[in-house]
Write a protein that binds this ligand. Structure first.
Ligand SMILES: NC(=O)c1ccc[n+]([C@@H]2O[C@H](COP(=O)([O-])OP(=O)(O)OC[C@H]3O[C@@H](n4cnc5c(N)ncnc54)[C@H](O)[C@@H]3O)[C@@H](O)[C@H]2O)c1
Length: 370
């Protein structure tokens, strides 16, 4: 395949990230087909035309079905609110397109199951926007764990906190509506789950708790009842014997993009925080006690694929670079090469886990994942 035609649906926060990734993946990696940014969709024609101009797409539409029906489009980026993922992804797969869909898959588990079934039936590549697994730091941690650097794992803790909904007066958005799912579980906990799936494995049992800090929020001139839970906590018992916790909040003042990972093994520990994602902390319990301490490893060209972006160590990568790596992994998968992705099948396992956590919160008991 010498070139690949891209369609983009949605141009908000994630839509721009996908657009930047499609614009840059060829220049960064140099081994991709020519990426043709063909068609872009937004809710109204004017905005669609404006974004197509800004993002460098050839055509604009307010009807996403036009993109799905376009024979020149090979892959569709879906970056719309969560309740639209299932109809868009399924239609794209049925039309023979590859799909890059933002997380989570869908609010309803049945919709996520239908998405996975459509991907299976299509034979096309369908991956989810689990960008945090793509960083050089997470690849480095995976490699250290695989080499047994900290021994058999005993426990891990993952926290994900942001504060964009910490203000009780923050406006009601689609994220407060039950059509987007449970709340912080779908919005945030799926990211820690993607890291756990990549680095550690699958839970065999889960216990959960969901909290709604504010009952209503301003919506126009009135106040509207909040239907989702901005805070969630889960205990995980892993199939491999380790245990872990996930704590997530969209209402954690002061936290802007925290994803803090702590992994404790029999002979050491690994520490990571997405707010400082160019650094990994490693503690090895060997040598004289007086010399032991957490070593900070700064990401650089020795930590792939950092070197594709910048030849110099210590110059730092940023969030949008993770999306460029994700686009590259998608293209690798489409080309039939090995790739680090969370596809719809693996994504369905994550969806099942968050639904089990929500069920545990309702029923107040451990839920088995078997
Ligand atoms: N991977 C990540 O790190 C990450 C981060 C944030 C959001 N997300 C996910 O991305 C998705 C979008 O979130 P966002 O923060 O970008 O939202 P957003 O509100 O910023 O953007 C959504 C865009 O979709 C457009 N849209 C809505 N309906 C449409 C339709 N029918 N046709 C075309 N466009 C339509 C909206 O006008 C808006 O521009 C969500 O599923 C969210 O969970 C992922």
């Amino acid at each position: 395949m010498n070139s690949i035609g891209v369609g983009l649906i949605g141009t908000g926060f994630m839509g721009k990230c996908h657009a930047l990734a499609w614009a840059n993946v060829q220049a960064v990696f140099g081994d991709t087909p020519v990426v043709r940014r063909l068609a872009l969709c937004e809710v109204d024609e004017r905005l669609a035309r404006q974004r197509a101009h800004e993002f460098g797409f050839e055509t604009a539409t307010a009807d996403w079905r036009t993109i799905v029906a376009d024979p020149a489009v090979d892959v569709v980026s879906i970056t719309t609110p969560t309740d639209l993922h299932a109809p868009m992804a399924i239609a794209a797969l049925e039309a023979g397109k590859h799909v890059w869909c933002e997380k989570p898959m869908a609010a309803a588990l049945t919709d996520a199951e239908r998405m996975a079934a459509a991907a299976r039936a299509s034979g096309k590549v369908a991956i989810l926007g689990y960008n945090y697994i793509q960083s050089p730091a997470i690849r480095y941690i995976a490699e250290r764990l695989t080499r047994g650097a900290i021994g058999p794992l005993a426990q891990f803790r993952v926290e994900m906190d942001e504060d964009f909904m910490a203000d009780p007066e923050a406006l009601f958005t689609w994220r407060c509506d039950a059509s987007s799912g449970y709340g912080a579980l779908n919005d945030f906990a799926v990211h820690p789950m993607s890291l756990i799936a990549t680095l550690i494995g699958s839970p065999s049992e889960v216990f959960g708790e969901m909290v709604k800090p504010y009952a209503d929020r301003p919506d126009g001139t009135a106040r509207r009842s909040v239907e989702t839970f901005d805070i969630a906590t889960a205990l995980l018992r892993m199939a491999g014997g380790a245990s872990g916790t996930i704590q997530v909040s969209r209402s954690a003042w002061g936290r802007k993009g925290l994803i803090r990972l702590q992994i404790f093994g029999a002979s050491g520990a690994i520490f990571f925080d997405q707010e400082r994602f160019n650094e990994v902390g490693v503690y090895l319990a060997d040598g004289p006690a007086a010399d032991q301490g957490i070593t900070t490893v700064l990401m650089g060209p020795a930590h792939p694929p950092y070197e594709q972006f910048i030849p110099a160590p210590g110059h730092q990568m940023g969030f949008n670079d993770l999306k460029i790596i994700e686009a590259h992994e998608l293209l690798n998968r489409i080309a039939g090469h090995a790739a680090l992705t969370i596809d719809f099948e693996a994504g369905l396992t994550i969806e099942r886990t968050i639904h089990a956590i929500a069920r545990s919160s309702r029923e107040g008991r451990w839920i088995s994942m078997k």
